[in-house]
Ligand binder design. Structure first.
Ligand SMILES: [Zn+2]
Length: 217
């Protein structure tokens, strides 16, 4: 329900899921139902092989992509997919989002990766499963626990986190970073990536073992 409130989706766009790691099942938004009509009983519960465990509605068409992420990223608890316009714009341009400033570095210490464009055989095959495969490929040298977001080329963003709330938060953050990076390039097409010392300073003061951002818990 937070996705339309934050302006990240319109109509039935996008989807969210949340996993129960003890039972190895996840609940996901049903396909094609407007957010304002959704209630807890409408969620479809599926296992990691995409078999419906509970629920009478058809699950989100992107369910197989979520399952790939849950199977391969064992510490995540939620996955979000939106068609938020600034994030989608970078995905359609098939470009990773460069880390241009400290707002970006406050959240992640590197570029937001963009996948390769899918081959025709992948598109004509098990498309949603292959979308997950493309994401895994983009993360072969990146930790999914450090960068919790990706752009699927020509399509749009997927984000994740230890909880579904964190995954939604990451979608909101990604949209802001995408917007800021686009403005940066429109003002100065030659803009440089943030220098390493500033990346480390901003990332570590919020996430390092000696972090000092926010209030002590
Ligand atoms: Zn989509």
């Amino acid at each position: 329900m937070e996705l339309p409130q934050r302006g990240l989706v319109v109509y039935t766009f996008g989807n969210v899921s949340a996993i129960d790691r003890e039972r190895n099942v996840f609940a996901i938004k049903p396909s094609g139902v407007p957010y304002e009509d959704l209630g807890p009983d409408d969620m479809v519960v599926v296992d990691l092989e995409n078999r419906v465990v509970e629920g009478s509605m058809r699950y989100s068409s992107d369910t197989k992509t979520h399952a790939v992420l849950y199977r391969n990223f064992p510490s995540i608890g939620g996955v979000v997919h939106t068609h938020a316009p600034y994030s989608v714009a970078w995905a359609q341009a098939v470009r990773s989002i460069p880390i241009y400033g400290t707002t970006h570095a406050d959240h992640l210490a590197g570029d937001v990766p963009c996948t390769d464009i899918m081959s025709d055989s992948m598109i004509q095959g098990d498309y949603e499963e292959e979308t997950g495969t493309q994401i895994l490929h983009a993360f072969r040298d990146i930790s999914y626990e450090v960068i919790e977001m990706v752009l699927v080329a020509c399509h749009g963003p997927f984000t994740w986190g230890q909880t579904p709330e964190k995954a939604v938060y990451n979608s909101v953050v990604l949209e802001e970073l995408a917007k800021m990076a686009m403005f940066t390039e429109s003002i100065n097409p030659e803009a440089q990536r943030l220098k390493k010392s500033l990346i480390e300073k901003h990332y570590m003061r919020k996430h390092g073992k000696d972090s000092y951002y926010g209030q002590k818990k």
